[in-house]
Write a protein that binds this ligand. Structure first.
Ligand SMILES: Cc1cc2nc3c(=O)[nH]c(=O)nc-3n(C[C@H](O)[C@H](O)[C@H](O)COP(=O)(O)OP(=O)(O)OC[C@H]3O[C@@H](n4cnc5c(N)ncnc54)[C@H](O)[C@@H]3O)c2cc1C
Length: 428
């Protein structure tokens, strides 16, 4: 029996497993094992809408056992801790797992660029759990600001900073803006909308790098018109429990700072032997194989790097690489020539909140309401599972009619200052 192990059930890993099923469906001698630390697939593009209580967190995940259905691959909910390439063995939390062929599709982690205090005091926005915790943090500070009379504390409570003006940062601040003005303004009577401050810090001289300049400018102007402060050429140089320092000079007081500024490879990938790029991604050949280990494929925009032109860090890259990895594993089995991966852009879609988006596809750029409808249609189509598609559609429709859900599941945990939880942990 030969065993193919796929580590990671995100966009890349899931696509690999589905491809392997097709390639090996008549090969009972080949075992396919998918390992992931959660037992669900997360549709990350809709994470910002969790922060704004627009959609229900459970609606953007699909249980892996449901995705599997009658397919024969095995799923193991576990965490990979080490990979021994020479012994062809993975150390999982529950014990070792041997492989003949390995696909590493472990995604990314936040890159704090060594900024002191960033890891401890900012909210990372990469997982469902983090998005849920961040949503509750936003609601927590609003609950406090509603009755606090201390002016300085109110300023800190009502200033929301997003570090990073890329796709995620812009979508997140747009969602927060929607939430503040569509919901908070009417329900929290102690919070005048004029006191709410939304800030984006971007180290580059522009936001949305990589997006068509016309659309990036359009997004900037729209956000500014909405009252979002966009601080360009502004590096977060230190982070504190109650603020963030910009360019080593100014401090923006805030109790809620989200970090979307950068990603790097996960530690397991950084520890792989052989060359890596500046964000820790393993260098692979054009067939996505690790140097010196043709039986190991590394895929995904944050795990694998090639010497060729760098691809953007978006899901279509991981999906395309997952498909090729699956086919190349089959080609190796049959002693056939392997396929090469080449990046092909599939366009760019950025939501600027309810009723507005910017889209660049096939050389055409457009923005506004129709771009937003297009954004919705594409994301709905890509969401895994018909039930989830219905649930998200209903969330969106109900969001137009009814108020958002601002309930906080946790009980309040007091701090000396104001009763606002000072830790990022859900269970604090
Ligand atoms: C908030 C946000 C919004 C985004 N919006 C968009 C968008 O609109 N469009 C777009 O194209 N891209 C978007 N992206 C980027 C997109 O999510 C990534 O490009 C894509 O997820 C990469 O796929 P992947 O398979 O490489 O990694 P992932 O999808 O991250 O999957 C990695 C998997 O590995 C698992 N894992 C990690 N470590 C271990 C371990 N040690 N053991 C076991 N399992 C492990 C993780 O739990 C995860 O399930 C967004 C990302 C974020 C965070």
């Amino acid at each position: 029996m030969k065993r193919i192990v796929v580590l990671g059930a995100g966009f890349g890993g899931l696509q690999t497993v589905l491809g392997l099923e097709k390639q090996f469906h008549k090969r009972p001698d080949v075992e396919i094992v998918l390992v992931n630390e959660q037992n669900f697939f997360l549709f990350t593009p809709l994470l910002p809408q969790i922060a704004s209580s627009y959609i229900n967190p459970r609606h953007i995940v699909q249980a892996l056992r449901d995705i599997r259905g009658s397919r024969r691959f095995r799923f193991r909910r576990d965490q990979a801790r080490a990979i021994d390439l020479d012994a062809r063995r993975i150390e999982l939390t529950s014990g070792p797992l041997d492989y003949d062929t390995l696909v590493i599709a472990l995604g990314s982690r936040a890159d704090y660029f060594g900024v002191p205090g960033a890891a401890e005091h900012t909210w990372d926005f990469k997982s469902l759990e983090n998005a849920v915790v961040f949503r509750e943090r936003v609601l927590d500070v609003l609950e406090h600001a509603d009755h606090t009379e201390d002016a300085e504390l109110r300023r800190k409570l009502l200033t929301f900073v997003v570090v990073g003006g890329g796709y995620t940062g812009v979508e997140l601040i747009s969602e927060l803006h929607d939430f503040m003005h569509r919901y908070v303004a009417g329900r929290y009577r102690g919070i005048p909308p004029s006191e709410i401050r939304l800030v984006i810090l971007e180290a580059a001289p522009e936001i949305l790098r990589g997006v068509h300049p016309k659309l990036a400018r359009h997004s900037l102007r729209r956000l500014e018109r909405q009252g979002v402060e966009i601080r360009l050429a502004s590096h977060a140089t230190r982070c504190f429990a109650d603020g963030v320092e910009i360019n080593g000079k100014e401090i923006v007081p805030s109790l809620t700072v989200a970090w979307t500024a950068g990603v790097r490879a996960v530690e397991l990938v950084e520890r792989l032997p052989g060359p890596h790029d500046r964000i820790g991604r393993a260098m692979v050949n054009e067939h996505l194989q690790l140097e010196g280990h043709p039986e190991v494929f590394v895929i995904g925009d944050s795990c694998a790097a090639m010497t060729a032109k760098d691809a953007p860090r978006v899901a279509p890259v991981a999906i395309a690489q997952g498909r090729i990895a699956a086919r190349n594993i089959a080609h190796r089995e049959r002693n056939e020539a392997l396929e090469s991966y080449h990046y092909v852009s599939q366009g760019v879609l950025v939501s600027l909140g309810m009723n507005h988006a910017v889209v660049s596809i096939g050389g055409i750029q457009f923005s506004g309401y129709f771009a937003w409808l297009f954004w919705n249609a594409v994301h709905l189509y890509k969401l895994v599972g018909f039930k989830k598609q219905i649930q998200v559609t209903l969330d969106w429709m109900l969001g137009e009619i009814f108020p958002r859900d601002s309930s906080i599941v946790r009980r309040p945990v007091g701090c000396k200052l104001c009763g606002t939880p000072q830790t990022k942990s859900r269970t604090a």
